[in-house]
Design a protein around this ligand. Structure first.
Ligand code: FAD
Length: 499
């Protein structure tokens, strides 16, 4: 066997999942057909939950050095912007950062952790047997064959891995297209985000870096132009003048592209030894800046589970929870992008303008803002974890960062505990019985910590001990008032490993 895991595709999702596997000492290789990373950035935003996940692994600081925090985000380009600041998170903002920069950080980390990255290699076929997967690929010296225990297809929308695994990609074809230009604006608009929707179409302008700006345009007369028809500089410029009466001194087109609203999702995220993640598993209109974000969230969900299986401690069924947990999340994502497309890409009539105004008004209400912002930020997810050892309001939800104090009085962030990608058993009640149990715990995949809360934290006031997954979701929390608290904890710990 050449590798434990071959990751096909070295985009952001492939690099992230490879890094997660290598963190757990898995022998992993990334096969990427491009000789060098693309200079074009599709995504420009990293949303709150993704930032939190990167924070768990100590990567957020790297992104913060380059990106620019933005407290708001848009939904369908509505006038009222979503406010992320109301979210209970130390990352309650969206980070404006080019996808190329995020990819560089993820690739650097993967390399540091020992991932072998082979560029200029195109995967041609993937076939699995009972114990291994055969990958045929082609590089500068022609075709060759590799053998691996598992394959992760992070090879984007046209995924060869998905096709070879015969996984249906159900959904709808493109019915409309929009254009995007990364161009220099010599006299840019004053506000950071310029957005307009009216009977002439939809336009949005945001800065990328220096004078480089991104212009996204939906022209009602041109939504049926196929995605593969090249965009001309003049098409973009006249669109800007038509919508805004100004071309803002446009020059130097860096990247002009057309994109569509094909919306599809893999029927299964796993087929035996083959897994799908990122755009290979789902595509949608890039509304609200979510595609890369959910892909990175998936990579975090899959990485530790696959590593657990390879390292021999995964309980039965753990690998299947990847599909079970992520499919519903992404079904909701596809639905929200369909709704956004409807609201800003299909109908430019006065009635639609009224509808948008009504929704915009509603979004001003704190509760509506909170619900929508939480969804786009992906902090509202609740997984069906093994919390049935005991009912608790935290079970299945993400761990929002909390400040802790160690037994020797040092304060630290709960997120620092996740750098090694292990489960964290967090004991908060100074219960001697638990401390004895912790000392004797045989499981290498669990990091144990006794601490106290520095300040009250939402949902944590009655927590005696909690077990938190490597991807920062609370497996279970237990209160000290449970009569058989210790037995339940032992039962809950046992559920995380084999037999
Ligand atoms: C116009 C536009 C704007 C967007 N804006 C945002 C945004 O603001 N926020 C956001 O979160 N998302 C955004 N997205 C979506 C985001 O860019 C994607 O979701 C993200 O790139 C998916 O990452 P990935 O790693 O799954 O796939 P990709 O980035 O597509 O990477 C797949 C990799 O696999 C390689 N590959 C493919 N086939 C093979 C093969 N056979 N062998 C070897 N290698 C192969 C490719 O070369 C590529 O490098 C946007 C998308 C578009 C189109």
């Amino acid at each position: 066997m050449n590798y434990d895991v071959i990751v096909v595709g070295g985009g952001p999702v492939g690099m992230m999942v490879a890094g997660e596997l290598a963190l757990a000492n898995v022998n992993v290789c990334v096969l990427e057909r491009l000789e060098a990373a693309t200079p074009y950035s599709r995504a420009l935003t990293v949303h709150p939950r993704t930032l939190e996940l990167l924070d768990l692994r100590g990567l957020k600081e790297e992104l913060l050095k380059i990106g620019k925090p933005l407290p708001t985000g848009h939904f369908a380009g509505l006038e009222a912007r979503m406010n992320f600041e109301v979210i209970d998170s130390s990352s309650n903002y969206s980070l404006f950062i080019a996808q190329t920069e995020t990819e560089k950080i993820l690739e650097k980390r993967a390399v540091q952790l020992g991932v072998e990255i082979r560029r200029g290699i195109e995967v041609l076929s993937v076939s699995q047997g009972a114990n291994a997967v055969k990958v045929v690929a082609s590089g500068a010296n022609g075709p060759f064959t590799l053998s691996t225990a598992y394959v992760v297809g992070a090879d984007g929308a046209g995924s060869i891995v998905r096709k070879q695994a015969n996984i249906p990609f159900n959904g709808t074809d493109e019915t409309l297209t929009a254009i995007q230009g990364d161009v220099v604006l010599n006299n840019p608009p004053e506000s950071m985000v310029t957005s307009r929707f009216d009977e002439r179409g939809m336009i949005m302008i945001v800065p990328v870096r220096d004078k480089l700006h991104r212009v996204v345009l939906i022209d009602p007369e041109r939504t049926s132009v196929p995605k593969n028809e090249p965009v001309t500089f003049e098409e973009l410029r006249t669109g800007m003048i038509r919508m805004l009466g100004d071309d803002y001194g446009i020059s130097d087109p860096y990247w002009l592209t057309r994109f569509g609203n094909a919306t599809r999702q893999a029927e299964r995220y796993r087929e035996g030894r083959v897994f799908l993640a990122g755009d290979a598993a789902h595509i949608h209109f890039p509304a609200g800046g979510q595609g890369m974000n959910v892909g990175l969230q998936e990579a975090m969900n899959l990485g530790w589970k696959l590593a657990a299986e390879i390292n021999g401690w995964a309980p039965a069924g753990l690998l299947d929870t990847y599909h079970e947990e992520r499919l519903p999340v992404n079904t909701a994502l596809l639905n929200n992008t369909r709704v956004q497309t409807l609201l800003f890409g299909t109908d430019f009539s006065p009635t639609m303008i009224h509808l948008r105004n009504i929704i915009s008004d509603l979004l001003q209400s704190p509760e509506a803002n909170y619900r929508l912002a939480s969804q786009i930020a992906a902090v509202d997810i609740r997984y069906n974890t093994q919390g049935n050892i005991s009912e608790h309001g935290l079970n299945g939800f993400r761990l929002a960062e909390i400040k802790l104090r160690s037994q020797n009085g040092e304060s630290f962030s709960s997120y620092e505990l996740f750098r090694e990608g292990k489960y964290v058993l967090l004991h908060l009640a100074s219960d001697e019985r638990v401390e004895a149990l912790i000392d004797e715990l045989p499981h290498q995949h669990i990091k144990t910590v006794s601490a106290t809360l520095v300040a009250p934290a939402q949902g944590w006031d009655d927590v005696h001990t909690a077990l938190i997954r490597p991807d920062g979701y609370i497996e279970w929390a237990i209160t000290g008032t449970e009569p058989d608290c210790l037995d339940r904890m032992q039962q809950g710990i046992a559920l995380t490993s084999k037999g």
